[in-house]
Design a protein around this ligand. Structure first.
Ligand SMILES: Nc1nc2c(ncn2[C@@H]2O[C@H](COP(=O)(O)OP(=O)(O)O)[C@@H](O)[C@H]2O)c(=O)[nH]1
Ligand SMILES: [Mg+2]
Length: 302
């Protein structure tokens, strides 16, 4: 601590030391600098603080470039997919087709400058879908591409796919290639495109926002890309829940109880199941029973 330090300086230093994020550290450090002693004896200290600030600003810039922190602050849901593609490939049209979002579809380039979010309900499971602005534009957000579960890569030609792959590099994500505007292709062209994508082992869909070709297949592929199971709960004597709980394959009845309420599994007296993992409807199982997609679970409490 410097001699004759301002009480404000001391307070700011404490806040700085407790700061967790780079952004917060920068903010507190700036405050320290503003309260640092201005007399000659404080020169060294001020220089040190400024060097530290410079390093922090560099760190912040680096993490932005690597795409670690997203600019948008979108709250990520359990199941999320991000649509990427070049401008005018049909990203907004696909988002509008799949979700409740009203994205602007337009003939002009770069109509989408911030990520647009929509929700798609697939047999009770909510899937968050985000349209990333055109990949070649300055508005493209690397962060959301890098942190999402599944990428929907929209293309209008095989060449588009090559370009996009070069731009995103070798990222390990579930990928669905969506060849959009299939209404503009004849049968022979469709056959060629399908066989090219198939031979390269892409998970792909031929799609059209106009004829709606491929929409059900896309929804199905999207849900299965997450590799999750849907489990419904029910109360004794009542219908099963409208929305399923989303879990990893092999999840147990205990995990379902804990997802309902933390500590709930300790209160369970009896568990019954219906569906694919049951030997017969209403089978009584323990809390270590492994569940399958579309099972229904009923808990009786003590
Ligand atoms: N023929 C045809 N045109 C489409 C299709 N999907 C989108 N478009 C058109 O392509 C243009 C760009 O669409 P938009 O969804 O705004 O693309 P974005 O820039 O990628 O978001 C618009 O003129 C759309 O009407 C499709 O399946 N078939
Ligand atoms: Mg758009």
């Amino acid at each position: 601590m410097p001699i004759n330090a301002h009480p404000e300086y001391i307070a700011a230093e404490g806040e700085y030391l407790r700061a967790k994020s780079v952004e917060e550290k920068i903010e507190k450090l700036k405050k320290m600098i503003s309260y640092a002693p201005s007399h000659k004896g404080g020169e060294n200290l001020r220089a040190q603080l400024k060097t530290r600030l410079k390093k922090l600003l560099e760190e912040k810039e680096k993490s932005k470039k690597s795409g670690k922190s997203s600019r948008t602050g979108i709250k990520k849901e359990d199941l999320q997919a991000v649509i990427i593609g070049k401008s005018n490939s049909g990203k907004s049209s696909v988002l509008t087709e799949l979700t409740n979002a009203k994205a602007e579809v337009s003939h002009t380039h770069l109509s989408t400058t911030t990520p647009k979010i929509g929700m798609m309900n697939y047999q009770g499971a909510n899937i968050q879908i985000i349209e990333n602005p055109a990949i070649e534009s300055e508005y493209y957000d690397k962060g959301i591409t890098n942190t999402t579960d599944t990428l929907i890569i929209i293309i209008n030609s095989i060449q588009d796919l090559k370009e996009i792959e070069t731009m995103i590099g070798n990222i390990q994500k579930n990928k669905i290639v969506l060849f959009n505007k299939s209404d503009l292709l004849n049968l022979e062209e469709k056959r060629k495109i399908s066989s090219t994508l198939q031979s390269k082992k892409y998970n792909f869909v031929l799609f059209s926002s106009i004829s709606k070709e491929g929409i059900e297949l896309l929804k199905e592929k999207l849900f299965s890309s997450f590799n999750k199971i849907r489990v419904y709960t029910k109360e004794p004597g009542k219908e099963k829940s409208k929305n399923p709980i989303i879990l990893k394959p092999g999840a147990t009845t205990r995990e379902v109880a804990e997802k309902i309420l933390k500590g709930f599994s300790e209160k369970v007296k009896e568990t019954k199941i219906w569906g694919p993992s049951s030997k017969f409807p209403g089978q009584i199982v323990g809390l270590n029973h492994k569940l399958r997609d579309l099972d229904v679970v009923e808990f009786k409490t003590k």
